[in-house]
Ligand binder design. Structure first.
Ligand code: GLY
Length: 133
């Protein structure tokens, strides 16, 4: 966890990041779309080394529906850096789930998410996710 008392903007950004990950976990496209700028860019393993712009790439996965089976997402040691009307949120994301054999498995991702305050509201504008086992 961030080692100092969180400023209100930092707490808000952590809450929004949590909402974003919860929306991904349950396949809630409306919430994901509301939190993101339409011109969002990303690097993530699914993009195979390319910087992908826009929302269509992400909607593809939401349209497949939420993953079945129990899962639990934990943000480990999140760090928030507010830079005026922009902010960077970094953390390790642990996703616990059951594998094909029914046994529990944990996936680990390093994530950096960039937010931009637009008309008083934080919108997600870029992220980089690396899978780490
Ligand atoms: N792949 C969607 C996200 O991590 O925001």
């Amino acid at each position: 966890m961030t080692s100092h008392a969180l400023e209100p903007a930092e707490q808000e950004l952590l809450t929004l990041s949590r909402q974003l990950l919860d929306a991904i976990a349950v396949g809630d496209w409306a919430t994901y779309e509301r939190l993101c700028d339409p011109s969002i860019t990303c690097f993530e393993p699914e993009a195979r080394g390319h910087l992908v712009p826009g929302m269509a790439f992400h909607k593809f996965y939401f349209d497949l529906g939420a993953a079945s089976g129990p899962r639990n997402t934990t943000l480990v040691d999140p760090h928030v850096r507010v830079l005026g009307d922009s902010a960077v949120v970094s953390y390790v994301r642990l996703v616990q789930r059951t594998g094909a054999d029914g046994r529990p498995a944990t996936a680990t991702f390093e994530e950096t998410r960039v937010w931009h305050r637009q008309n008083g509201q934080w919108r997600h504008v870029h992220f980089h996710r690396s899978e780490n086992g």
